[in-house]
Design a protein around this ligand. Sequence first.
Ligand SMILES: [Zn+2]
Length: 61
Amino acid sequence: MPKKSLSKLLCPVCRGEVADKYKPFCSKRCADVDLNRWLDGGYRIPTEERPIGNVDDDEIL
Ligand SMILES: [Zn+2]
């Protein structure tokens, strides 16, 4: 039997062919892109929760 090729994996970032070395991405670059997305967008880092309620800073002057 030939190689067992199930559903081909595609890089979630650029839809390119996934490289074994960088699974599930096609390259380190895409892996980084995805990582940054994670940190920046979708999921917020709990430790960075800052109450942004004090917008009235005028009184300091
Ligand atoms: Zn990619």
